[in-house]
Write a protein that binds this ligand. Structure first.
Ligand SMILES: Nc1nc2c(ncn2[C@@H]2O[C@H](COP(=O)(O)OP(=O)(O)OP(=O)(O)O)[C@@H](O)[C@H]2O)c(=O)[nH]1
Length: 306
């Protein structure tokens, strides 16, 4: 005998009435194919969050399974791009008739990219943490993209102090007026010659941009390339000795405090005319046990705050 199952989401009274800003699910494991400009569609495994608002004050709850199944369609029957995300958000709203008029989907995943070495022509994989947010609010879509770019920063203060030590060592070693070029050249190639080296640190730029609502495709690689090009010392994948030497040169020619890195990225994002941006620079200090951090936003009214 078939029995009807109770559906308390529709029938039970709410313990207490009131609107809620977001209701849904977090930490959903979701493999999908991600589409972005200039790369082949790529399989990723995301952690997803899916939400609708609950604006019907006396409704007991939303229908979680409807959100989950719309995400499953995105995962198994589609590829993730702005159009399919918009469709999923529409499904969230249409499956919640009178309950909701806002929806959002968030994905966190690692995007593996082939990255070229600095000089040797070798190529290797590098994973980039991506955070993608798609929202619909009373029919208006919006997309936000956050990427983390890891790079090396060499301290300009430490570099100046190291140079001074090198000058002192030179002064002590070559007190006489007449100096033999070959002797100096040889000495510069020893650890006594370069008596001190500045400290560098692995650093991460967290960058969030608000994308054009009407965009037809994501361009994650474009954003990552622009950020790495601006910083000049991104962490490398494949490295031969010639690449390592070029990396040392780039570090020496791009000394930066966290403020320098933040201003570089701010300048870049201003040029790219994003509707809004937020950036946080983290220099994981090797001199200190604490980090150096700089934060900046575009400063749009009602937009991101620092
Ligand atoms: N709304 C809500 N549902 C929850 C929560 N925790 C677990 N669930 C479960 O999510 C499941 C799916 O809910 P629904 O989407 O309403 O499932 P359904 O009634 O089978 O699906 P429809 O017939 O489409 O409404 C239910 O079994 C709920 O118990 C919660 O905190 N809130």
């Amino acid at each position: 005998m078939q029995t009807t199952m109770p559906d308390i989401a529709d029938t039970a009274p709410a313990l207490r009435t009131g609107k809620l800003d977001w209701v849904g699910m977090g930490e959903i494991e979701l493999p999908f194919i991600f589409e972005s400009r200039n790369i082949a569609p790529v399989n990723v495994v995301a952690k997803a969050r899916a939400f609708v608002n609950l604006h019907k004050e006396d409704a007991k709850g939303i229908h979680m399974s409807r959100l989950f199944l719309a995400l499953d369609t995105l995962s198994t029957e589609q590829q993730v791009n702005p159009q399919t995300l918009a469709q999923a958000l529409d499904t969230f709203i249409s499956s919640h008739d009178d309950l909701s008029d806002q929806a959002q989907i968030e994905f966190k995943f690692e995007l593996p990219l082939r990255r070229e070495s600095l000089l040797s022509g070798k190529v290797g994989w590098k994973n980039y943490p991506i955070h993608l947010i798609a929202k619909i609010n009373q029919g208006v879509l919006s997309f936000e993209l956050m990427v983390d770019v890891t790079y090396s920063s060499t301290c300009p203060c430490s570099a100046a102090l190291a140079r001074q030590l090198i000058q002192h060592a030179f002064d002590e070693k070559f007190a006489e007026q007449q100096i033999d070029k070959q002797t100096v050249l040889n000495w510069l190639g020893t650890t006594e010659g370069i008596v001190a080296t500045p400290h560098s640190q692995r650093s991460i730029a967290n960058v969030k941009v608000k994308l054009d609502n009407a965009l037809t495709s994501f361009d994650v690689v474009g954003l990552i390339d622009a950020l790495e090009g601006e910083l000049k010392t991104p962490v490398q994948a494949a490295v031969k000795r010639e690449d390592e030497q070029e990396f040392a040169r780039l570090n020496g020619q791009n000394l930066m405090f966290c403020e320098d890195a933040a201003r570089k990225i701010k300048g870049l994002l201003e040029e790219q005319e994003y509707a809004d941006y937020w950036l946080q620079i983290n220099h994981y200090e090797s001199l200190h046990a604490h980090d150096a951090v700089a934060i900046a936003v575009k400063g749009v009214a009602g937009g991101y705050t620092a």
